[in-house]
Design a protein around this ligand. Structure first.
Ligand code: NAG
Ligand code: NAG
Ligand code: NAG
Ligand code: NAG
Ligand code: NAG
Ligand code: NAG
Ligand code: NAG
Ligand code: NAG
Length: 477
């Protein structure tokens, strides 16, 4: 027993004096693929409209400050509630119960369209597929919405039809039947050029386990591949009931996304190699929770890891559930920016569309993603710069040593918990400064720290690192 004790003491001592070096060799980094400028988008759960917008004020200057900071982006209004949502100016308000029909009005539709326009975003709307007659989708209500949109000059970027049909067998919309219904939607949209040729997205199945994969396979095989412009599926790591700090911090859980992304992309490539595939609705855990982990520091690892992995593996857009929400919003019920707002904001500012492949090394606890730097951005970085996304989920600090670039000076944007709650902190520090809006409600400047030496990445820290003088030829174009 004594030997074990001394061994333990030795391990602790070694950890103190020995900090592992993680070498990132950028000379070997190749371009994997290039994303569009709207890689990160946001959802609004249809239930927010059902609940008469809750505390969300899409035309308030506070919300618009935050939304414009994240432009350009797609804004997808959808979710379970979409299939109970009926366009009608007679309000039928049934707050709180997602399984009852309810109505949205012309002024609701105006609010959504005004919001995306003011934000520099684009609207994607999930139509109600459970309006049915004789076994088929009844498009009359959608036509009323389209007619009104034409009257007002709205040009939505896209439409979906139904949400996670594979988990609602009671509605009896099979993959084959939904292909038929999507075909009807395509036919209608092609007859309404005034709408500006909105995209069709689907089938919006839920996380790709057995059943949903079968549904998506059938949907694409039976003709869906020729109908949709963008293939969509949803992803959550765990149900809310299994959302714990330990689970969210678990590399195995982060890695559980990888085979799902590969399976989804392989399926899309099989039936329609040229069409984009999106994570059309995604967050850390599903099911509303009382005290959501998604607002806590630990959730930002999942969000950033998902963005990095999705970009590498062939996903064209990641639509975050949700922009506003009680448990996973990038803005909170109080319309304050959450941790993931800041993480997303930094990502949008600093991370460009060219995805680089760097070898990950052996330490899985150190998550590393690399892109060319976003140019132009509100920062003054120039072409050739590289942005690294680094996360340390391991128990000890590490040294990041960057090799294979012209000059190895780095601009560090180091994120750490905003208070002593650690992984459960609901605030963030950037280079030691608490991130919050200024007293006048503006976005704060982003303080940067520059160094020419190795970068210490403390345990549980997240860093965006820009290499402004990398002169990486892949990033010069
Ligand atoms: C990325 O790098 C890894 C390891 O160097 C390699 O196995 C893989 O094929 C590369 N992928 C791409 C898309 O270049
Ligand atoms: C926002 O919209 C609501 C409802 O349409 C309206 O009452 C309010 O005055 C608007 N606020 C602003 C700041 O435009
Ligand atoms: C709108 O709702 C009212 C009241 O429920 C109903 O009478 C009317 O038929 C509905 N209109 C349409 C176009 O569905
Ligand atoms: C909701 O609307 C659909 C389509 O009109 C109808 O078939 C269904 O019975 C309604 N459900 C409820 C709970 O009112
Ligand atoms: C579709 O729904 C509308 C409104 O509810 C109804 O008037 C119409 O008859 C339905 N169409 C079919 C083909 O049943
Ligand atoms: C389900 O729909 C199919 C046709 O789409 C129909 O033949 C069948 O009777 C329906 N089943 C139920 C339980 O409604
Ligand atoms: C939509 O507008 C067209 C052209 O004005 C009209 O013929 C059609 O009846 C309208 N459809 C609905 C469902 O209101
Ligand atoms: C992480 O998750 C895996 C798979 O669910 C599990 O086997 C492992 O025990 C977990 N590790 C920790 C530290 O909780």
């Amino acid at each position: 027993m004594e030997i074990l004790y001394y061994l333990a003491v030795l391990v602790v001592l070694l950890k103190c004096i020995y900090t592992e070096d993680i070498v990132i060799d950028l000379s070997k980094a190749t371009v994997i693929r290039t994303l569009g400028p709207r890689f990160i988008g946001f959802t609004l759960d249809s239930s927010v409209i059902q609940n008469r917008w809750e505390t969300f004020k899409p035309n308030s200057s506070r919300v618009l400050t935050l939304s414009t900071a994240l432009a350009p982006a797609y804004f997808r209004v959808g979710g379970t509630g979409a299939d109970f949502l009926i366009f009608n100016n007679s309000l039928n308000i049934q707050p709180g119960n997602e399984d009852k029909n309810y109505t949205f009005t012309e002024s609701d539709w105006d609010m959504l369209n005004d919001f995306v326009k003011s934000s520099g975003w684009e609207l994607i709307f999930d139509l109600n597929i459970f309006l049915r007659s004789n076994g088929h989708w009844n498009a009359t209500n959608a036509l009323q919405l389209f007619n009104y949109s034409i009257e007002k000059g709205y040009k939505p970027a896209g439409f979906e039809l139904g949400n996670e049909l594979n988990v609602f067998p009671q509605f009896n919309v099979t993959a084959a039947q939904s292909v038929y219904d999507f075909g009807n939607l395509k036919h209608i949209l092609s007859s309404l050029p005034e709408l500006g040729a909105p995209l069709i997205l689907g089938p919006d199945v839920n996380s790709l386990d057995g059943g949903s994969l079968t549904f998506m396979d059938l949907f694409l095989k039976l003709g869906g591949a020729n109908i949709v412009d963008i293939i969509t599926y949803h992803h959550y790591y765990v149900p809310g009931t299994k959302a714990t700090v330990e689970a969210f911090h678990n590399i195995s859980l982060l890695e559980s996304l990888r085979p799902q992304l590969k399976a989804a992309v392989a399926l899309a490539r099989k039936y329609c190699p040229e069409k984009p595939i999106w994570l059309g609705e995604t967050s850390s855990s599903y099911g509303r929770q009382v005290d959501s982990l998604s607002y806590m520091y630990v959730a930002s690892f999942m969000w950033l890891d998902k963005l990095g992995m999705a970009a590498q593996l062939g996903i064209d857009a990641v639509i975050r559930q949700s922009f506003y929400g009680p448990d996973d919003g990038v803005i909170t019920l109080q319309l304050d920016p959450s941790n993931d707002f800041w993480v997303t904001y930094l990502h949008k500012q600093l991370v460009g569309t060219t995805v680089l492949n760097i070898s990950r090394g052996l330490n899985e606890n150190i998550r590393i993603y690399a892109h060319c730097t976003n140019i132009p951005s509100t920062t003054d970085y120039t072409k050739g710069s590289v942005t690294l996304i680094l996360m340390n989920l391991g128990p000890t600090d590490v040294n990041i040593i960057i090799q294979g670039v012209e000059r190895s000076n780095s601009d560090i944007y180091m994120l750490s918990p905003g208070d002593d709650q650690g992984l459960q902190s609901k605030s963030l520090k950037l280079n030691g400064n608490l991130l919050k809006l200024t007293d006048s409600g503006e976005l704060p400047p982003l303080p940067v720290q520059s160094t020419t030496g190795p970068i210490t990445l403390p345990t549980n820290n997240i860093a965006f690192v820009v290499l402004p003088d990398a002169l990486k030829s892949e990033c010069m174009i």
